[in-house]
Design a protein around this ligand. Structure first.
Ligand SMILES: Nc1nc2c(ncn2[C@@H]2O[C@H](COP(=O)(O)OP(=O)(O)OP(=O)(O)O)[C@@H](O)[C@H]2O)c(=O)[nH]1
Length: 348
C-alpha cells in the first residue's frame, strides 16, 4: 500500500500573510513536489496569480489549483473532494499537498473532509497552521467591544454569538496545530507579549506558537508535523458547530465582497492616499488587486489589510493582455457597497 500523502492546511484571517508564507515555503521546500490548493474569498484570483508567478520548479502552474466557488468550508462536497480525487488520480502524485483556505473559512469542515473514505485512505492532515496578523491583534482588531455586542444582543434576541470577526478568529485558532504570529516587524516586544497572551487566552488547547516576519518560516518547521489532525477534529469544534449541533449549515452571510474595475491610474500615490481614507471611513477589511499605471509597462499589485497598504510592480503586462485596474473589496455585510464603489470610482 502507498503511504498516505501529507496535507498541510494553512488558515488565518483576511490578510494575515498566508499567501506570503506559502510563497516563501515554495522557494525553500527543497526537492519536495508540492501541490497547492488555493481558496479565496471574492471574484478575483489574486492569490493564485501571486503564487503562479513565483515560478517554483517544485510547484509549477499545473500544480496550483484554485477553488473559486466560495469559501472551501461551504463547498467541501462539491468542490474540494472532487478536486482532491482528481489530484490523487494524477500519474505523478505530489509529495505534499498544501491547502490555503480563504481568510473567512472555518478550517473544521475542511479537516473533517479528510475522514471521507476516499480521501482518508490516501491522504492525512499533516497539520493545521494558523497565521495571525500580530499587528492587527495588537491593534485590537479581534477584540470587539463586548459592551457594544451585548447591547446589540439585548436589542436583537436572535443574535446568539460574538462579532463574526472575533468568532472566526477564535475558530481558526481552535483548529491550529501550529500558530504563526506573523508581522512581528510591525510591533514592539511589549506588543508581541500582549499578542501572545491574547492568542493564548482564546483557546483551550496549547498549540506551539512561533513568530515570523513576512511569513519567513523554514519549510522544515511547517511541513512534517505528522499530526493526523482529522482524528482530533471532534475536539476542535467551531462556534457554529457548538451552537448548531443539529447540523444547520454554516454560511458567510456576515461578509461581502465585490470587484471594482477602473481605467488606468496616473497618480498612484494620490490614489493610494485617498483609498486609505475610504478604507478607514467604511471599515473595509481587505482590498487587493492590480493597477494599470498609465504609461508603465509593469502591473502594480495593491494589497490593503485594513488601512495598511502595500504596493509593488509584480510583472510586466503580457503582450495582448487587456490592461485594467481591478480591485476586490471585502467587508462586513453592513458595509455600504454602493458608497465604497462610488468613492473608489470617483478617484479616477
Ligand atoms: N509588514 C508586514 N507585512 C506583511 C507580512 N506578511 C505579509 N505581509 C503583507 O500583508 C499583506 C497580505 O498578505 P497576504 O500574504 O496576501 O495575506 P493572506 O493571508 O494570504 O490574505 P487573504 O488571502 O486575502 O486572506 C501583503 O501586502 C503582504 O505583503 C509581515 O510579516 N510584515
Amino acid at each position: 500500500m502507498q503511504q498516505k500523502i501529507p496535507a498541510t492546511v494553512i488558515t488565518g484571517f483576511l490578510g494575515a500573510g498566508k499567501t506570503t508564507m506559502i510563497r516563501n515555503l515554495l522557494t525553500n521546500a527543497g526537492g519536495k513536489k508540492i501541490a497547492l490548493i488555493i481558496n479565496e474569498f471574492g471574484d478575483l484570483g489574486v492569490d493564485g496569480d501571486v503564487l503562479k508567478g513565483c515560478g517554483a520548479e517544485n510547484c509549477t502552474e499545473d500544480d496550483i489549483i484554485e477553488l473559486t466557488n466560495g469559501c472551501i468550508c461551504c463547498t467541501v462536497a462539491d468542490d474540494f473532494i472532487p478536486t482532491m480525487t482528481k489530484l490523487l488520480e494524477r500519474d505523478q502524485r505530489p509529495d505534499h499537498i498544501v491547502i490555503e483556505t480563504s481568510g473567512l473559512a472555518l478550517p473544521q469542515p475542511l479537516v473533517a473532509a479528510f475522514n471521507w473514505p476516499d480521501i482518508r485512505s490516501e491522504v492525512t492532515v499533516d497539520g493545521v497552521i494558523t497565521v495571525v496578523d500580530s499587528a492587527a491583534v495588537a491593534a485590537g482588531r479581534f477584540a470587539d467591544d463586548h459592551d457594544a455586542v451585548d447591547a446589540r444582543r439585548v436589542e436583537d434576541a436572535s443574535l446568539d454569538h460574538e462579532s463574526p470577526i472575533e468568532e472566526l478568529f477564535e475558530d481558526q485558532l481552535t483548529c491550529a496545530d501550529l500558530i504563526v504570529l506573523n508581522k512581528t516587524d510591525l510591533i514592539d516586544a511589549d506588543g508581541l507579549g500582549r499578542v501572545k497572551s491574547e492568542v493564548a487566552s482564546r483557546i483551550a488547547r496549547k498549540p506551539v506558537m512561533i513568530e515570523a516576519k513576512n511569513g519567513e518560516v523554514p519549510a522544515s518547521v511547517l511541513l512534517g508535523l505528522g499530526i493526523g489532525t482529522e482524528d482530533d477534529i471532534g475536539n476542535r469544534k467551531s462556534h457554529h458547530e457548538l451552537e448548531h449541533e443539529d447540523g444547520e449549515p454554516h454560511d458567510h452571510d456576515e461578509f461581502d465582497s465585490f470587484v471594482v474595475e477602473l481605467g488606468a491610474i496616473a497618480d498612484t500615490a494620490a490614489f493610494v492616499e485617498k483609498l486609505k481614507g475610504i478604507i478607514a471611513e467604511h471599515d473595509v477589511l481587505r482590498l487587493k488587486g492590480f493597477i494599470d499605471v498609465s504609461g508603465k509597462p509593469m502591473r502594480l499589485q495593491l494589497q490593503a489589510v485594513g488601512a495598511r497598504i502595500d504596493q509593488y510592480f509584480d510583472r510586466a503586462w503580457a503582450p495582448g493582455e487587456a490592461r485594467s485596474t481591478r480591485l476586490v473589496v471585502i467587508g462586513l455585510h453592513e458595509m455600504d457597497q454602493d458608497a465604497v464603489r462610488k468613492a473608489i470610482e470617483a478617484l479616477v
